[in-house]
Design a binder for this molecule. Structure first.
Ligand SMILES: Cc1cc2nc3c(=O)[nH]c(=O)nc-3n(C[C@H](O)[C@H](O)[C@H](O)COP(=O)(O)OP(=O)(O)OC[C@H]3O[C@@H](n4cnc5c(N)ncnc54)[C@H](O)[C@@H]3O)c2cc1C
Length: 184
């Protein structure tokens, strides 16, 4: 089992947490529910005709914790490389094998770690959210500052999570479920 630190509790971070926790990984999400989602009203999240942002966040937080992810209501001031993994200043000094940055527009940790950025300031990532630093991923508004949409952040988080799961498994992993069997 890998341990994953996720900084950011908007749709990007929580989506990564969902896929990783559902697959049995040790997941800690840091954030204080200060996402712009709390001011949004969504009509453009496919599959959900409409929902207010705070209700979306409440559902998402419930969903990830019900699969075993931990949400720690603290700000991460610092992140550092420690051995083959990472440590963060919050929660008494949490450690993880992977670091997923879902900081939204803040980008403080991405800057402090010296991740490659483009001319717009966005963190440079590949299509699975891998940054210029091994085992560090960036997702959501952090990588697409001028194209911020909840469903895009959630998709980014899912792609990063599957990449971590695939790296750990040494093969491509997908998370497909089928309806529960019912007795007729
Ligand atoms: C008024 C308004 C209306 C909107 N309406 C829509 C809409 O209708 N549809 C739509 O798709 N999108 C809408 N959006 C945009 C949507 O909110 C964003 O696209 C989405 O929240 C981005 O998700 P994210 O996970 O990338 O980042 P964010 O949601 O910004 O999440 C980042 C989180 O990480 C936390 N964080 C950052 N750094 C740290 C740290 N060091 N330690 C701990 N926590 C940290 C932040 O406090 C924040 O909670 C709206 C936004 C606003 C402001």
């Amino acid at each position: 089992m890998a341990s994953i630190i996720i900084v950011g509790d908007g749709p990007g971070g929580l989506s990564a947490a969902l896929f990783l926790a559902k697959a049995g990984q040790d997941v800690t999400v840091f954030g204080m529910d200060r996402t712009g989602m709390n001011h949004a009203y969504l009509y453009n999240y496919l599959g959900i005709p409409e929902i207010d942002g705070p209700s979306f966040q409440q559902l998402a937080r419930f969903q990830v914790t019900s699969f075993g992810a931990r949400i720690v209501d603290e700000e991460v001031e610092e992140a550092a490389v420690e051995g083959s993994g990472f440590s963060v200043s919050a929660d008494g000094g949490s450690r993880g094998d992977y670091l997923v940055l879902a900081e939204g527009k803040g980008l403080r940790l991405a800057g402090a770690l010296g991740l490659e950025r483009d001319d717009s300031g966005a963190v440079v990532v590949d299509r699975n959210g891998r940054t210029s630093m091994e085992r560090v991923y960036a997702v959501g508004q952090a990588v697409r500052p001028m194209r911020a949409q909840a469903i895009i952040s959630a998709g980014d988080g899912a792609a990063a999570a599957l990449d971590i799961l695939s790296t750990e498994a040494g093969r491509d992993v997908r998370d497909w479920d089928t309806p529960p069997k019912t007795d007729e």
